[in-house]
Design a protein around this ligand. Structure first.
Ligand code: FES
Length: 166
């Protein structure tokens, strides 16, 4: 089973390799429509956002219509059909991270960046997303910035972490 933790190096992949990985993800989920949300999550982790071509690929592979795929992803604010900013910050809201303060970390990021989940700052520098477990539960709460994992984060560390990106 391909996990989100395994797709941390997607920034090193070619487009073709990304589509191969997405195909493996869809195979893992046995093309079940009930798994569409998980597949869209993984696709967004791989591509950074969900452009029409990726939606078409998922629809074809799963035997669904593009409008079905599109209606699901537009329903949830954490999916984005637009390119992300220079830095994509993803906060884990899996169970372990959630109970150890992931939501507070997310709220601090929203406050600092002035954007909501699924949005990009006007200067195109930061995008904010949420994700599920990335396998770092022992050091929760976790977040990633362009695939790099930050463990045991808390609201007081956010300003400093953002400062290292400038
Ligand atoms: S729940 Fe966040 S890393 Fe597992």
């Amino acid at each position: 089973m391909v996990t989100e933790g395994e797709v941390c190096n997607v920034h090193l992949m070619t487009e073709e390799e990304k589509y191969d990985l997405l195909k493996n993800v869809i195979n893992d989920y046995e093309r079940k429509e009930s798994n569409l949300i998980q597949i869209l999550h993984m696709a967004q982790t791989i591509f950074g956002f969900l452009p029409t071509e990726v939606q078409q690929f998922i629809a074809e592979e799963m035997g669904l219509t593009v409008s079905k795929v599109n209606s699901v992803l537009t329903f949830y604010s954490f999916f984005s059909t637009k390119p992300k900013g220079e830095y994509t910050i993803s906060v884990c809201l899996g169970t372990a991270c959630y109970v150890r303060g992931g939501k507070e970390v997310l709220n601090k990021l929203k406050e600092e960046l002035g954007i909501d989940v699924g949005q990009t700052t006007e200067d195109k520098k930061y995008s904010l997303t949420v994700m599920r477990c990335i396998g770092s539960c022992g050091l929760a709460p976790a977040m990633t910035i362009n695939g790099k994992v930050y463990k045991q984060v808390n609201p007081n560390k956010i300003k400093r972490i953002l400062g290292t990106l400038k």
